[in-house]
Design a binder for this molecule. Structure first.
Ligand code: NDP
Ligand code: MG
Length: 392
């Protein structure tokens, strides 16, 4: 269904890095898109600005204090709701055609499933949803005939390289920038600070994914994401470090041919493609200057300094609730690192320790996945407390 002849869009996580860029794309193509609903955690000032700019029908916040603060400030035509059940209702909003899931973390699972159940097309930035609940999400999308368009730049690249040639795929090659600590030894990584970690060489992103990118956990999450999106075995997914972030990923076919997707590193391109697919439209992103670039580099990832990548392969191959557990433990550990409670290298150690304790459930339903996620969060908190107690 179309609203005023335009494609109706709901953006979950509208105040984040992806969300803000998505709103710029929607504004640029205002003749084609209408923003019907937005959701965030608690960024009230920015939400108020976004409401003034787009007049969405519904705004959802998770935080109760933010809800009370916004209540008095929003204009009459905009409905304000609070909490997860209401975010799921927003995902199913009548008149909305596409739901862009750009919240950070496993909190994206339920609204994604709600949007699928309502038959909305999904533009998926939130990789944690596929990591934790990929089997379930892909199964329900297939049953409901819903398309999931990847926003993550690597997966958008692979999606485009695979158009029409799925049968002859040999391998997927995910590129990784290597992050700010490419070339660091395990000893050097012991002392890196939060400020050093938040300086990503090529991408400007939210804090959680920036930390994930620095220890290669992000690439590990993306391996699991690719496994679900493209229904490819883990043995056919490879990671290669490419520091320029110009080749966004590649596919290798049975005859030895590779197809690569290149472009400027600007997330507005994959965001827009997920919204306009199968069409392409003008973008405000810059253009590539190939001769100016001169050369592109590729190298093997350093699995000794960055064990998170291997850990993610292990979680993915184990399947069932294991990836949900790794993801939840990682979310808690990243947040503890950002709060300067634990060190950089502790992040992956916390995730590994929680996985070690976990008794995996194989074909897991939503309730089981959410229970595993909660269990992993509690276990991680306990391990972090022990770690910090040791240091005092
Ligand atoms: P940000 O941290 O910049 O933004 C996160 C957004 O989610 C904010 O709008 C935030 O609201 C909202 N949010 C967080 N927690 C909750 C919650 N519990 N309930 C409701 N809303 C919540 O993250 P990014 O935009 O960088 O990343 C978003 C997702 O996209 C992640 O899954 C990431 O892995 C993925 N991604 C991001 C890329 C990037 O370039 N940034 C690239 C590829 C994938 P508030 O502002 O109020 O806190
Ligand atoms: Mg990515």
């Amino acid at each position: 269904m179309r609203s005023e002849g335009k494609t109706g869009v709901v953006v979950l996580g509208s105040t984040g890095s992806i969300g803000r860029q998505a709103l710029d794309v929607i504004e640029q193509h205002g003749d084609r898109f209408r923003l019907l609903g937005i959701a965030a955690y608690n960024e009230t000032d920015l939400l108020e600005e976004q409401v003034a700019r787009f007049q969405p029908r519904v705004v959802n916040v998770t935080d109760h204090t933010a809800y009370k603060a916004l209540k008095a400030r929003l204009p009459g035509g905009t409905e304000l709701t609070q909490g997860m059940p209401a975010m799921c209702e927003l995902s199913a909003l009548s008149g909305a055609d596409i739901v862009l899931v750009a919240v950070s973390g496993a909190v994206g699972i339920e609204p994604t499933l709600a949007a699928i159940a309502a038959g909305k097309r999904i533009a998926l930035a939130n990789k944690e949803t596929l990591v934790a609940a990929g089997d379930l999400v892909m199964q329900q999308a297939a049953q409901r005939g819903v398309m999931i368009l990847p926003v993550d730049s690597e997966h958008s690249a692979i999606f485009q390289c695979l158009a029409g040639e799925r049968d002859h795929l040999h391998k997927i090659w995910l590129t990784a920038s290597g992050g700010p600590f490419r070339g660091y030894s395990p000893q050097q990584l012991r002392d890196v600070t939060v400020a050093m970690t938040l300086k990503h060489p090529t991408w400007m992103m939210g804090p959680k994914i920036t930390v994930d990118s620095a220890n290669l956990m992000n690439k590990g999450l993306e391996v699991i994401e690719a496994h679900h999106l493209f229904n490819v075995d883990y043995d056919a997914i490879e990671v290669v470090v490419h520091r320029e972030s110009i080749v966004h990923s590649l596919v290798e076919f049975t005859d030895g041919s590779f197809l690569a997707h290149l472009g400027p590193h600007d997330m507005r391109i994959p965001i827009q493609y997920a919204l306009t697919y199968p069409e392409r439209m003008q973008s405000r992103a810059g253009r590539l200057d190939l001769a100016g670039l001169g050369s592109l580099h590729f190298e093997k990832p350093d699995l000794v300094s960055f064990p998170a990548l291997d850990l993610a392969y292990r979680a993915g191959k184990a399947g069932g609730t294991m990836p949900a557990v790794m993801n939840a433990a990682n979310e808690v550990a990243v947040s503890a690192f950002l709060g300067e409670k634990i060190g950089f290298k502790d992040i992956v150690e916390v995730a590994a320790a929680v996985m070690e304790k976990h008794r995996k459930v194989q074909a897991a339903d939503l309730e089981t996945i959410l229970a595993a996620d909660q269990w992993a969060r509690q276990q991680s908190e306990m391990i972090i407390q022990q770690l910090t107690a040791k240091r005092v």
